[in-house]
Ligand binder design. Sequence first.
Ligand code: BGC
Length: 507
Amino acid sequence: MLSSFLPHPPKWSERQYKAIASLTEEFTLSTAALEELTVEFIKQMNDGLAPPTSKSRKDLAMIPTYVFGRPDGHERGSYLALDLGGTNLRVCLITLKGNHELESHQKAFKVSEYLQHADVSQLMDFIAVSIKQFINTQHINAKIVEHSTNSDTLELGFTFSFPVTQTAIDAGRLLRWTKGFNCPGAVGNDIVQLLQAALDRNSVNVHVAALVNDTVGTLLAHSYKNPNTFIGAIFGTGTNGAYVEDTKNIQALPCSQEQEMIINIEWGNFDKEKTILPVTIYDNKLDRESINPGVHVFEKMISGMYLGEITRNILLHLIDQRLLFDGTSSPKLNKAWSFETEYMSKMELDSSATLIPIAQILEQRLDVQINTQVDREIVKHVCKLVGTRAARLSAVATAAVIRQGLQSGRLRDHGFPLKLNAQDEVSETLTANGLSDGNVTDHVINVGIDGSVYEHYPNFEKHMKSALTEILGSRTGDIVSLGIARDGSGVGAALAALIATKNTAAE
Ligand code: BGC
């Protein structure tokens, strides 16, 4: 059974082979497992859409964003945009030209370790001062900025990549910090008000018009170039997705005249109870030692902040069994979070016969001076296991959202020939919809994706696409188009500011 996963490499000892084969089994998700996870994901989406009073599980927050409709590429105007979601703060001036084209000027500011844990007022002051500096150096003023309000105040869209429950497009309270941030004074408070107060305190003449999650920004930005984008997803330091839901299905929302609204799923928190996720001892160790134990377990199996640490946990376990590096670790490798996900990327990319580039990382970055060719083969194999599982889990979330749209949401009338369950045959779906092969799609389902893991991790996209096809059927490649929405957060924030100022002007 084990050997079907892994042929026995010539120089590996029997013990090494057995340990790695069993690890391979643990980290490999079969098509049936993907299907089961997808079904549960859809269930948890619907639980999250249920009214807040219902007793259903709320692992998936399914946050209404108050962004109705999607851009079609004809939007025009210039807006300030702010993007905070990790160690960088970006301030941008985005000019939408109205023909799917845009221009962007931006400056990045480093958010220090200190600020990531300082009182939130210090973080907000830093943001306000960074905006002021950007405005001054770029010589921006309200007169040269075309937008729909005529005031002297610059309008700003804020992409804030943390879970926020919104009550309007320009109001939302932080649910919890993620990705290593932990600034006291923010959870439960309105992020727009906190930023606006800091702008006023620092005499920066800017109005915060809209607050969006980075996934929502990505969806909006991708839609500007590819109308009918259905999902915005991030696979980077963290992971999450937003999609377009039929307002009728959003039970938490009072009756709305609008047909659709973007929902921020906060999918990093899928199955936080670990009822179905294939968590291993390595994932549990990481979760327990993380800054936010017990939440965002799915994110911790997928995103760039964590993949290196899972790998490190596995390597240490192998070392302790004397199956790697002759049983010797280094103080560096013993240190939590020392194994960066970027090392995994480089190691997976190394296809040289002797794996010397892997040796260089082990020696120069991790102080592991003695490593044999077999050690390096094992390290590379472990990286592959962790990276591939992440890509396949990412496909689960994406497939589930598409299926939700096909079954009961905004995609249901299109008749896309995709599998709706494990038994489904594509041909049956075709017949059921009265479609023949010739006219199955008048357009594709666009998914806008941003994030370093998707963009740079070797084979991530390939593994994700093949898992999507396993779940949704053989026509997936023709119908589901995964596209990179680079800088989606900045452009999306500007589009959100445009939507918000238009709404205000119309009131
Ligand atoms: C946050 C999300 C965000 C995602 C990607 C997660 O940790 O909870 O709000 O969209 O990271 O940046």
